[in-house]
Unconditional design. Structure first.
Length: 361
């Protein structure tokens, strides 16, 4: 059976997939309902009990609608991927627990590891798996579930352990997708301005090999097509790792296009025969860690303001009861919180945009 190339893949089944549920619209609508309910009670305090009851029922209906919409959306998405795989002669598995047989560093740390939406087959004469992957790091209050998208390629030969860590991706609100830090002594200096976009790591004595494989032409391709993608080569496995899971037609096209461009460059290096390898490959030294971004502070600020709102609102009810003044204070607090959430989200997006612009200067 003829192996698939990028131009042979039929992406049309993915066109029917819609984007995620508009969470922002739901939040704004929910906040608006709070304000309207509160204003109604201010106009006529006799309607307070009825307004609270209607608000509670509306809240339950909203939660039920969100849960049902998420379920239907995920079910349709699974069917869409299954149809996409079938048309392209790929296999599809909805999900499975991830064992420890995978060799990438992202699989060697964390717990509760799960892969889902697994598409597998042959691509550019090489076996591949494309899947979403989640794992848990930290413990207690610092526990965090991480979600990434991985494209795994089986190469025709073993190569030195090499990691290309995207500095742009590391600057997003999620931090780096790799749950480790590398020994600084294994960092390879890159030519030109490439060090602004990527950090290259390889074991001792494999620096020349890494630079031969990840030559300037490969770096140029990486900058153009995989600026936010981490790449790892270990033995005969090549991993492309993105910090978010795809949900649209264009995102899946971009993933396959990125892999096609980078794989074409790497295969040329493999064919040239100038890549030195050894039967017992050295591995990178890694330490469990999650690199975080200062942009994450916005998430904690949401939580702090929410708890502050609850405390002040509770004190207002304690002091003034459900009087007009007490309700008015709660309305003002809710309004301030909604404004803060909207402007903070916009500010975070602007910070990330500025960060990327500085990287490309």
């Amino acid at each position: 059976m003829k192996t698939k190339k990028y131009e042979d893949i039929n992406f049309e089944p993915l066109r029917s997939q819609k984007q995620n549920i508009p969470i922002k619209a739901i939040v704004i609508g929910f906040a608006t309902s709070i304000v309207i309910t509160a204003i109604a009670t201010i106009i006529n305090p006799l309607f307070i009990a009825l307004a609270l009851l209607l608000y509670f029922l509306g809240f339950l209906i909203l939660v039920a609608w969100i849960v049902w919409s998420v379920y239907l959306s995920q079910k349709k998405f699974n069917e869409t991927l299954k149809n996409f795989a079938k048309i392209n002669n790929f296999s599809y598995i909805m999900g499975k627990d991830q064992n420890d047989s995978k060799r990438g560093t992202i699989f060697s740390h964390g717990r509760h590891k799960t892969s889902w939406n697994i598409i597998a087959g042959d691509y550019n004469n090489l076996s591949f798996e494309l899947y979403s992957y989640n794992y848990t790091t930290g413990s207690g209050e610092s526990s965090k579930v991480n979600y990434v998208q991985i494209f795994e390629i089986t190469l025709p030969r073993k190569l030195p352990h090499i990691v290309i860590d995207s500095l742009i991706e590391s600057g997003t609100s999620q931090g780096s997708v790799l749950p480790i830090i590398f020994d600084s002594s294994q960092k390879i200096e890159l030519e030109g301005d490439f060090y602004k976009y990527f950090a290259l790591y390889a074991p001792d004595k494999y620096g020349v090999t890494a630079l031969t494989l990840i030559a300037p032409d490969v770096m140029e391709t990486l900058m153009q097509f995989a600026a936010k993608c981490d790449i790892e080569i270990i033995d005969n496995k090549l991993y492309f790792i993105w910090p978010e899971t795809p949900r649209s037609y264009q995102q899946y096209k971009d993933i396959f296009n990125t892999v096609d461009k980078i794989l074409d460059q790497i295969q040329k290096k493999l064919i040239s025969g100038n890549i030195y390898t050894h039967s017992t490959q050295a591995k990178l030294y890694t330490t469990p860690y999650i690199k975080t971004s200062k942009l994450k502070i916005f998430g904690s600020m949401y939580e702090i303001m929410f708890f502050a709102l609850c405390i002040v609102g509770g004190l207002s009810i304690k002091l003034f009861g459900l009087s007009r003044l007490g309700v008015l204070i709660i309305v003002v607090l809710c309004f301030i919180y909604v404004l803060f959430a909207i402007f903070s989200h916009a500010r975070k997006k602007q910070l990330l945009k500025n960060f990327e612009q500085r990287r490309y200067q």
